[in-house]
Write a protein that binds this ligand. Structure first.
Ligand SMILES: Cc1cc2nc3c(=O)[nH]c(=O)nc-3n(C[C@H](O)[C@H](O)[C@H](O)COP(=O)(O)O)c2cc1C
Ligand code: SF4
Ligand code: SF4
Length: 429
């Protein structure tokens, strides 16, 4: 059976599944139950200086799909609303009782070296395995000069990371904000400041929806609202890209990454790991479905690894990174064409409408003059292989995109004679 244990920037964990810093990890009661359920580690809900933060009511909202499934989740909560002392006491006790589980302490403080230096020994005294710097919270805390207000300025990221590294022997993980143009800049800054790892993503600035009677966005706080942090399944594609950007950046290549954002099952986790994450963190999925989701994650991942012959996580961690490249290096001579399996087709016509109205008019709708029965056929000469019909089709596997043998060799855009700047691009590569 596959070995799910990992070592992440020197921290040993029985599996790669950690709960992210958030309500699931905000007190001993939750964390103990999470460990009982099988989570390998937790990043404790962010601690700050006393007096503790004060929250508003209400705090969450959601972006729903058609059947009221939660696609994305939004919150306007702050960091812990309990005192530093109580949190540190509980961390000490839980770590003592669960020595084989990882506890990372998440921290957010004002940008004053003395405050960071003072808190390090207190965190170390708990026996915790590492520290995560919350440079990502996008609501409430940035207005006070913390959270994303630090994460959006690479010079601050580097400076605070360095203060921490100078004052502790514990591994320091820098949690990055996605509310930035190029996530590589703060990742490079974290590395320059001596970070042992980065974790990403924190939540994305968002407004999910409005109450059009009251003319106010959700979550509503006494007739008003504010932007919140978006997370859950909907943010996974954004998070995956940001993880890949850092993993394939030569300046940060090899820097351990803890992947976060929309992870809800073993497959999501495997994808983050394949794109360069050494471990993953989960928040929204646990908030919506409870701690026991980790059972499916562990079973599914270990089964898949057995099938593929991967004996350990490190055997496939980062394996998809070399296959993630810039557009200009894609093979211009590669060609796929849509193929409809007539036995599976339910004649709904969705592919036809999509291709006819918005793509390349490459699907013919044939109507039998006698019976009125419809058939859909791909016009191979016109199909550009855009995938739209395959995406639109409600029957999984009914449309397949079939690679064509063009007989032409690999040629990217920098080499393509149709590129008027071909030589220039090639020179600058
Ligand atoms: C209600 C709520 C509170 C959160 N609080 C914190 C926090 O205190 N510190 C932190 O670093 N991230 C916090 N987060 C962000 C999560 O740790 C995580 O980065 C984000 O939700 C993306 O992961 P997910 O898609 O699995 O939820 C919070 C998220 C939610 C939903
Ligand atoms: S792949 Fe694109 S162009 Fe080809 S048939 Fe489908 S929608 Fe039309
Ligand atoms: S969308 Fe799929 S099921 Fe519907 S007509 Fe096209 S191929 Fe058939």
């Amino acid at each position: 059976m596959a070995d799910l244990s990992i070592e992440f920037c020197g921290i040993k964990s029985i599996n790669p599944f950690w709960l992210a810093s958030a309500p699931p990890t905000d007190k001993a009661y939750n964390v103990v139950r999470a460990f009982e359920a099988g989570w390998g580690g937790v990043v404790w809900k962010t601690l700050g200086e006393d007096p503790a933060a004060v929250n508003v009511s209400s705090r969450y909202s959601a972006h729903y799909g058609k059947n009221r499934e939660v696609l994305g989740f939004n919150n306007i909560e702050l960091i812990t609303d309990r005192s530093l002392e109580i949190n540190l006491q509980e961390i000490t006790q839980v770590k003592k009782d669960w020595p084989d589980r990882v506890i990372i302490v998440s921290l957010m403080l004002p940008c004053e070296e003395r405050l960071w230096a003072d808190i390090m020994p207190k965190v170390e005294a708990t026996g915790a395995d590492g520290i995560e710097l919350n440079f990502g919270c996008p609501h409430g805390m940035p207005e006070r000069g913390m959270g994303a207000a630090v994460g959006q300025v690479p010079e601050y990221v580097e400076m605070v990371t360095r203060w921490c590294k100078q004052n502790t022997k514990l591994p320091v993980i820098v949690k990055l904000t996605p509310n930035i143009t190029d996530v590589r800049a703060p990742a490079r800054a974290a590395k320059a400041g001596g970070a042992d790892a980065v974790s990403l993503i924190n939540t994305i600035n968002s407004i999910t929806h409005l109450d059009l009677d009251q003319m106010v966005a959700f979550p509503i706080v006494g007739g008003a609202s504010t932007h919140g942090g978006y997370c859950g399944s909907a943010v996974k594609p954004i998070a995956l890209n940001m993880v890949a950007e850092i993993a394939r950046d030569p300046q940060t290549a090899g820097l351990p990454i803890s992947g976060i954002g929309g992870i809800g099952n073993w497959r999501d986790a495997a994808e983050f790991i394949a794109l360069g994450s050494g471990c993953v963190q989960v928040c929204t999925a646990a908030m919506l479905h409870g701690f026991r989701i980790v059972e499916e994650m562990k079973d599914g991942l270990s089964r898949w690894m057995d099938q593929k012959g991967y004996k350990s996580i490190s055997e496939f961690s980062g394996k998809a990174v070399p296959n993630t490249t810039d557009w200009k290096y894609l093979n211009m001579n590669y060609q796929v064409i849509a193929q409809i399996n007539q036995d599976d087709c339910i004649k709904c016509g969705r592919c036809y409408v999509a291709c006819e109205d918005t793509s390349h008019q490459s699907i013919n709708q044939l109507i039998d003059a006698v019976t009125g029965a419809r058939t859909y056929e791909v016009n191979k000469e016109e199909c550009v292989g855009c995938n739209l019909c395959e995406i639109t089709c409600p029957v999984q596997g009914c449309i397949t995109m079939v690679p064509q043998d063009t007989g032409k060799p690999y040629m990217n855009w920098t080499q393509d004679p149709r590129n008027p700047r071909a030589e220039k691009v090639a020179e600058t590569v």
